[in-house]
Design a protein around this ligand. Structure first.
Ligand SMILES: Cc1cc2nc3c(=O)[nH]c(=O)nc-3n(C[C@H](O)[C@H](O)[C@H](O)COP(=O)(O)O)c2cc1C
Length: 181
C-alpha cells in the first residue's frame, strides 16, 4: 500500500511535523511518500482549458511529480495549516491544477483512492469546516473514499502534542485502510 502525503505548510513546519509523526507509525508494508508542495515549483492554473483538448497543461513544472505520485498512491492525505480559516494558498494552487485530471486528459489512472486531511492551527479553537468542505468535495470529485481528518490545534503556544494527534489519525487509518496490526 502506498500513502502519498501532500503537505502545504512551511518546510520543516508544524504540519510537516504532524505528518512525519504519522509516517513514523506506519507498519512495514506501507510505503509513504511525503511531498512538501512549498518547496516545489507549481504554477497557478490560468483557466485556459488547454488540457480540455488533450494537449496537456501550458505549465511544465513539478505538477508532473505530483501526478506521478498520485497515480501510484492508494491513499492520498492532504495536510495544511489553517490560514484565515481556510487551506494554505500553495495547497489550493496545487489542487486547482487537478483541473487537468478533471478534464480527463489521461494524466493519471482513474481508480478509487482513500483520501483524508491533516491540519494544524495556531489557535486552540479554529473552525475546521472550510478546509473540510474543500478537501471532502475534492475527494468526491475524484471518486475517492473519505477516511476522515485530524486537527492539531494550538501551535502558537508551542505545546501541541503532535504525536497524540498523529496517533489519533493513525487509528482512523487503521479502522479504514490499514487494518489491525
Ligand atoms: C497567513 C497565516 C494565516 C493564518 N491563519 C490562521 C487562522 O485563521 N487560524 C489559526 O488558528 N491559525 C492561523 N495561522 C497559524 C497557522 O495555522 C499555524 O501556525 C500552523 O501550525 C502553521 O503550520 P506550518 O508551520 O506547517 O506552516 C495562520 C498563519 C499564517 C502564516
Amino acid at each position: 500500500m502506498e500513502v502519498l502525503i501532500l503537505v502545504g505548510g512551511r518546510v520543516g513546519g508544524n504540519t510537516e511535523r504532524l505528518c512525519s509523526e504519522l509516517v513514523g507509525m506506519f507498519p512495514d508494508g506501507v510505503v509513504s511518500n511525503l511531498l512538501n508542495i512549498s518547496k516545489m515549483d507549481i504554477s497557478h492554473c490560468i483557466g485556459c482549458e488547454r488540457c480540455k483538448g488533450g494537449d496537456g497543461c501550458i505549465h511544465d513544472d513539478d505538477m508532473s511529480v505530483v501526478f506521478e505520485a498520485f497515480d501510484r498512491a492508494d491513499v492520498v492525505l492532504f495536510a495544511t495549516p489553517v490560514r484565515f480559516n481556510g487551506p494554505s494558498s500553495i495547497i489550493k494552487t496545487m489542487m486547482d491544477r487537478f483541473q487537468e485530471l478533471w478534464n480527463d486528459a489521461g494524466v493519471v489512472e482513474h481508480r478509487r483512492r482513500y483520501m483524508g486531511l491533516l491540519m494544524t492551527s495556531g489557535s486552540d479553537n479554529p473552525n475546521p469546516d472550510p478546509c473540510l468542505r474543500i478537501f471532502r468535495s475534492f475527494c468526491l470529485s475524484f471518486g475517492g473514499e473519505w477516511i476522515g481528518y485530524v486537527l492539531a490545534p494550538g501551535t502558537d503556544s508551542g505545546r501541541t502534542d503532535f504525536g497524540k494527534y498523529a496517533e489519533s489519525f493513525y487509528d482512523t487509518m487503521v479502522n479504514s485502510v490499514i487494518g489491525p496490526q
